[in-house]
Design a protein around this ligand. Sequence first.
Ligand SMILES: Cc1cc2nc3c(=O)[nH]c(=O)nc-3n(C[C@H](O)[C@H](O)[C@H](O)COP(=O)(O)O)c2cc1C
Length: 178
Amino acid sequence: MTGIIVYKSKYGATEKYAKWLSEETGYPCVPVKEADINEVARNDIIIVGGGVYASGITCIPFLKKNLNRLKGKKIIVYTCAASPYDKKFFDALIEMNMKDDLKDIPVFYCRGAFDLKNMSFADRTLCRMLRKAVAKKEPKDRELWEGALMECKEDEACDWTDRSYIKPILEAVQNAGL
Ligand SMILES: Cc1cc2nc3c(=O)[nH]c(=O)nc-3n(C[C@H](O)[C@H](O)[C@H](O)COP(=O)(O)O)c2cc1C
């Protein structure tokens, strides 16, 4: 069985998981923007990763665009977000992103990172505005990722990445190879 990891990562968390997966599986990892679909489609197992931005998983457009080329392949998706894992949050994320032909693709959750000082100006401004709005909410009324956003200080990076998140992804790869 051959495989490849294709990922889209803005600030590096999804890329970190792609590299860990690559170390464990021996599969090469490549950013979406450098991925040649002819090369990708030569593999039996395709792991596709993307960060979550405003509830959208960034690798989904790549998957949608190329799904026809990947028919018959074992596709596995993983996603990286600031929110702690929660079934309700994760189910809603899947419902929103994995529609129609994507419905049967397994998706795995890996918690990401959040670093206001190293964001683009636009993202930092957006997050600061959101923090101001969220600060007015009672903690119990905050979305999980809003809570994570408030937990991070302006000048401190929050990093929740953890290699143990890739364990179930590796199991899915192993099962696909059986
Ligand atoms: C503008 C912006 C929007 C975000 N939206 C969400 C969100 O809706 N839910 C969430 O859990 N995390 C959200 N995050 C956090 C990212 O998912 C997190 O930083 C993740 O690690 C990004 O992965 P990447 O660095 O590989 O792109 C957002 C971050 C930014 C900067």
